[in-house]
Ligand binder design. Structure first.
Ligand code: UD1
Length: 339
């Protein structure tokens, strides 16, 4: 019988892609999502891609009763992949309590419910933001964690610590996946990133500018110490990222993990600048992107890219899709958005 995986935030950007990959690998998927930042038709779209309707419960992790209901109805959950969280860096600085409450209480409630249900396998959605501006590039998992630039980043770090402590004190087995910059969309263009309002992140802003929804893309800073003066990041295709989650939950279910709490970087290992992104996008789409240079954005770091060799080695996973494919899929999604 297929093992059942609970995906919190499974209607969101990375959660929806991971749900598809899990179903395609033969797992049964149960999504819980409060739909605070996702469209209600996402489970249906997932079914449109995989041919299998995922079970869906509209539930809020901050409400313990919702979680009890979920684990009571599904006592056979073999593992959990935990995405559900607020993720806007800027908003987190304006409303820190909203972020600390939602992201920490949600994670604590989930851990309590898992313990009660005797469910011991957890994959956690973390971020490379925990490294700040690393002293050495590429950044490996050994790099020291730095003070977070935002309450959002701090919630990722604190949640990792909570999960690590719980894994040390109980039968919980957990993997935290530290994402670099996820972009792109499923090749079906049925699921993708759905930014609410004005996008904060580069690629959704860029595709909206190319589509004529925004006047001009602001390039934040041209005086960084990089090959063209603009900031460098390790962009990774969301489908590659989803596949790493499959390998991580498999590692736990097959009890192949070496420690009760493990962390892995998920990136390609290659950094691209903002201008590299614009140029590559123009090449694959044939559309020019109006852009202008402005001051650096507060809190931005200069350059970061991953050393993904630990994930390559222990998860047997490697990012396969290149920048052109990432941007082509992001553009296809933007053009179909709303249809
Ligand atoms: C941020 C967060 C990261 C989070 C990610 C996705 C930090 C340090 N990073 O990454 O934790 O996982 O968002 O939500 O908190 N840029 C422009 N113009 C724009 C937008 C961005 O030039 O309109 C530039 C930025 O300066 C940066 C690059 O594009 O150099 C990528 O920015 P963005 O997509 O916002 O991601 P990060 O800030 O790297």
């Amino acid at each position: 019988m297929a093992e059942k995986i609970l995906v919190t935030g499974g209607a969101g950007y990375i959660g929806s892609h991971t749900s598809v990959v899990l179903q395609e690998a033969g797992y049964e998927v149960l999504i819980i999502d409060n739909l605070s930042n996702a469209r209600a038709d996402v489970p249906h779209r997932i079914a449109g891609i995989s041919g299998i309707q995922p079970a869906f419960i509209k539930a809020d992790l901050c409400n313990e009763k919702d979680l009890d209901y979920c684990f009571d109805r599904h006592p056979d959950i073999a593992g959990v992949i935990h995405f559900a969280a607020y993720k806007s860096v800027g908003e987190s600085s304006a409303f820190p309590l909203k972020y600390y409450h939602n992201n920490l209480a949600g994670t604590i409630n989930l851990l309590k419910a898992m313990q009660q249900a005797n469910c011991r396998n957890l994959v956690f959605s973390s971020s490379c933001t925990v490294y700040g501006q690393p002293d050495q590039l590429p950044v490996s998992e050994e790099a020291p964690l730095k003070e977070a630039f935002s309450p959002y980043g701090n919630t990722k770090r604190i949640c990792e610590e909570i999960i690590r402590d719980q894994a040390g004190a109980s039968s919980l087995q957990a993997i935290a996946l530290r994402y670099f910059n996820p972009i792109g969309a499923h090749h079906s263009a049925q699921i993708g990133e759905l930014p609410v309002g004005i996008p904060n992140n580069l690629v959704p802003y860029l595709t909206q500018t190319a589509a004529g929804k925004r006047e001009s893309l602001k390039v934040f800073g041209r005086d960084y110490n990089t090959h063209d003066g603009t900031g460098i990041r390790d962009y990774i295709h969301v489908v590659d990222l989803a596949e790493a989650h499959l390998e991580a939950i498999r590692r736990l279910l097959e009890q192949k993990n070496k420690e009760a709490f493990e962390v892995f970087n998920l990136g390609t290992g290659t950094g691209y600048s903002v201008l590299d992104i614009i140029n590559t996008f123009e090449k694959v789409s044939g559309v020019r992107v109006r852009h202008e240079f402005t001051d650096r954005r507060a809190g931005d770091i200069e350059s970061v890219w991953a050393d993904p060799s630990k994930a390559n080695r222990y998860l047997g996973w490697k990012a396969r899709l290149g920048l052109e494919e990432m941007l082509r899929s992001a553009w296809a999604w933007e053009q179909l958005l709303g249809s």
